[in-house]
Design a protein around this ligand. Structure first.
Ligand code: NAP
Length: 253
C-alpha cells in the first residue's frame, strides 16, 4: 500500500458510506484528511471515529471535519481556503458527495433535477475551482471523482442521477486534459451496487433484481471503492489519467 504520510486529502461526502471509508483508509495510510459532509454531526462523528482509530494504531493520520453544502459555490471557496490554511496544499481531492432523487421523468419535479445536478456535478466543479491552484503546487496531485455505472448505462427512474454522473465523467476527462500539463491526474471511479445508506433505501424486490445482473453474484462493499481510490492516488497510478474505472462485480463489462 502507498504511504500517504503528511499528504493532504480532501474527501467530500465523508460523513458516512463510501466517503467515510475512503477517508478512513487514507488516514490509516498516514494522510491528513479533510472530512466534508452536509451536517456537522455527520462529519464530526466520522472525524472523531477516524482520529480514535489513528491514535490507537499510531499511523500518524488525522481527520478534520468541515460541514458545508457542496453545491454552495461561495461556501466551498471559503472552506477551501480554510482547509489549505489548516492542513496545507491539497495532494488528493476525492469528489464523492452525491444524492439521489429518483422517479420517472413524468413525475420528476424540477427541484429533484436541480438538487441532484447541483450536488453531484456542480459540487465537483466547486471543489476543483477551490483547490486546483493549491494542487498544482502539491506533490503527486490527484483528483478522483466518484461517478456511477448509472452514468455509463442510464437507468429508468434515475434520469437526473444518470445525467449528473455522465456529466461528471465528461468533466473528469476534460479536466484530465486541462491539468495534465501540471501533472494533476484525474480519474473517475464508477461503482456498481455498493451496500450503504443510499442503497439500503431501495425496496427488497429492486435489490434482488439488481443482483441478477451482477456476474460476481454479490453487492460491493465500501472497502472495495476505497481500495481503488487509494490505488489511483498512489505512486503506482502515476501514468493513469482521464480514465473511468468500474468497480461493479462485472455489471458493465
Ligand atoms: P450516502 O451513504 O448517502 O452518503 C452520502 C454522503 O454525501 C453523506 O456523508 C452526505 O452528507 C454527503 N452529502 C450529500 N449531499 C451533500 C451536500 N450537498 N454537501 C455535502 N455533503 C453532501 O452515499 P454513498 O452510497 O456512500 O455514495 C457515495 C457516492 O458514491 C455518491 O456520489 C454516490 O452517487 C456514489 N455511488 C454510490 C453507489 C452505491 O451503490 N452506494 C453506487 C454508485 C455510485 P451527510 O452525512 O451530512 O448527510
Amino acid at each position: 500500500m502507498s504511504n500517504f504520510q503528511d499528504k493532504v486529502v480532501v474527501v467530500t461526502g465523508a460523513g458516512r458510506g463510501i466517503g467515510k471509508e475512503i477517508a478512513r483508509q487514507f488516514a490509516a495510510a498516514g494522510a491528513k484528511v479533510a472530512v466534508i459532509s452536509r451536517s456537522e454531526a455527520s462529519c464530526q462523528g466520522a472525524a472523531d471515529e477516524i482520529n480514535a482509530e489513528s491514535a490507537s494504531s499510531a499511523t500518524g493520520g488525522s481527520a478534520t471535519a468541515y460541514a458545508l453544502d457542496i453545491a454552495d459555490h461561495e461556501a466551498v471557496q471559503a472552506i477551501g481556503k480554510q482547509i489549505v490554511s489548516d492542513l496545507g496544499a491539497v495532494n488528493v481531492l476525492v469528489n464523492n458527495a452525491g444524492v439521489t432523487r429518483d422517479g420517472l421523468l413524468m413525475r420528476m419535479k424540477d427541484t429533484d433535477w436541480d438538487t441532484v445536478i447541483d450536488t453531484n456535478l456542480k459540487g465537483a466543479f466547486n471543489t476543483v475551482k477551490a483547490f486546483q491552484r493549491s494542487m498544482m503546487k502539491a506533490q503527486d496531485p490527484r483528483i478522483i471523482n466518484i461517478a456511477s455505472v448509472i452514468g455509463l448505462m442510464g437507468n429508468a427512474g434515475q434520469a437526473n442521477y444518470a445525467a449528473s454522473k455522465a456529466g461528471l465523467i465528461g468533466f473528469t476527462k476534460s479536466i484530465a486534459r486541462e491539468l495534465a500539463g501540471r501533472k494533476v491526474c484525474c480519474n473517475a471511479i464508477a461503482p456498481g451496487f455498493i451496500t450503504t445508506d443510499m442503497t439500503d433505501e431501495l425496496p427488497e424486490k429492486v435489490r434482488e433484481g439488481i443482483l441478477t445482473n451482477i456476474p460476481l453474484g454479490d453487492f460491493g462493499a465500501t472497502q472495495d471503492i476505497a481500495a481503488l481510490a487509494l490505488f489511483l492516488a498512489g505512486e503506482q497510478a502515476r501514468y493513469i489519467t482521464g480514465q473511468v474505472i468500474a468497480c461493479d462485480g462485472g455489471m458493465t463489462m
